[in-house]
Design a binder for this molecule. Structure first.
Ligand code: CP
Ligand code: NVA
Length: 298
């Protein structure tokens, strides 16, 4: 049985299969030759807000032939304190697979262990694997293989999105630069576990120079709202804007996982100049997650 809980554990062969299949699912949308998930019922169990992840998974599951139910964690007994182990053992006897968005990474791991059904991490505090698989698919769709390229992440370098980028870098052979203030840099432990070519620096300009892709994410991730004022103060300046894009390689891509806060991690002008890439990236969640579902359910 396969789960997608973290990119740390995904082999290079599995990365390549998912990226290859995403291209096919995108090309064949509306005319899929098979319904690989026909007859299966999947649940989305979400403890945090979502627009893209929820809609792309619900749509993708239906288009691959599955039935899908959305469970807001607050509406089920989990939200009143029923243990994740018990929730998992109940659902595992009823449904075929689960897509989970929550806080603790250990919760998706416990769910997978106890439910014994394919389980997909749809974002935890630690990682956002579906997003980064999509981002790499989007980069390669526009620029060819990411191996050997330079990806620069700007902003909160310790949150879920850059951490999943860190695990992808070693596997796919690109250079990752993370430009972040000291207190928002990834832990030495994660960098050690991941290996690969990852540069972490406070020097935003140096990190952006010659990059093939400039990437950012919100300064205040879900669950960190109490720290908003401090984050905005410390992260101020770690922004993708026209001056930063000037330092990147000519024709460099700009991406944002969304939602975007204009004037904070990206300025409005740069966001609009790269809106086509950014919204293609959002659309590609659908195609890439179909490939992930197909891989998990096989
Ligand atoms: N990028 C992303 O995961 O968006 P949502 O929070 O809207 O799902
Ligand atoms: N780092 C962000 C990603 C949102 C898709 C968060 O966790 O809120």
């Amino acid at each position: 049985m396969k789960h997608l809980l973290s990119l740390e554990k995904l082999s290079a062969a599995d990365f390549l299969k998912i990226l290859r299949d995403a291209k096919i699912f995108k090309a064949e949308r509306g005319a899929h030759r098979t319904s690989p998930l026909a007859g299966q019922t999947w649940a989305l169990i979400f403890s945090k807000s979502s627009t893209r992840t929820r809609v792309s998974f619900e749509t993708g599951l239906r288009e691959l032939g599955a039935n899908v139910m959305f469970l807001n964690a607050n509406d089920i007994q989990l939200g009143r304190g029923e243990p994740i182990e018990d929730t998992a053992r109940v659902l595992g006897r009823m449904i075929y697979g689960a897509v989970i968005r929550t806080y603790a990474q250990s919760d998706v791991e416990t769910f997978a262990e106890f439910a014994k059904i394919p389980t997909i991490n749809a974002l935890t505090d630690a990682e956002h694997p579906c997003q980064i698989l999509t981002d790499i698919f989007t980069f390669e769709e526009k620029r060819g293989p990411i191996a050997g390229k330079v990806v620069t992440f700007v902003g909160d370098g310790a949150c879920n999105v850059p951490v999943s980028w860190i695990f992808a870098a070693a596997r796919l052979g690109f250079e990752l630069r993370i430009a972040a203030p000291k207190q928002f840099q990834p832990s030495a432990e994660i960098l050690r576990r991941a290996g690969g070519k990852v540069v972490v620096t406070e020097d935003l300009q140096a990190a952006a120079t010659g990059a093939d892709l400039l990437y950012t994410d919100v300064w205040v991730s879900m669950g960190k709202e109490a720290e908003a004022a401090e984050r905005i103060r410390v992260l101020g300046g770690y922004q993708i804007n026209a001056a930063l894009v000037q330092l990147a390689k000519p024709g460099a891509l700009v991406m944002h996982c969304l939602p975007a806060y204009r004037g904070k991690e990206i300025d409005a002008e740069t966001f609009e100049a790269h809106a086509d890439t950014i919204f293609t990236q959002a659309e590609n969640r659908l195609h890439t997650q179909k490939a992930i579902l197909n891989w998990c359910a096989a």
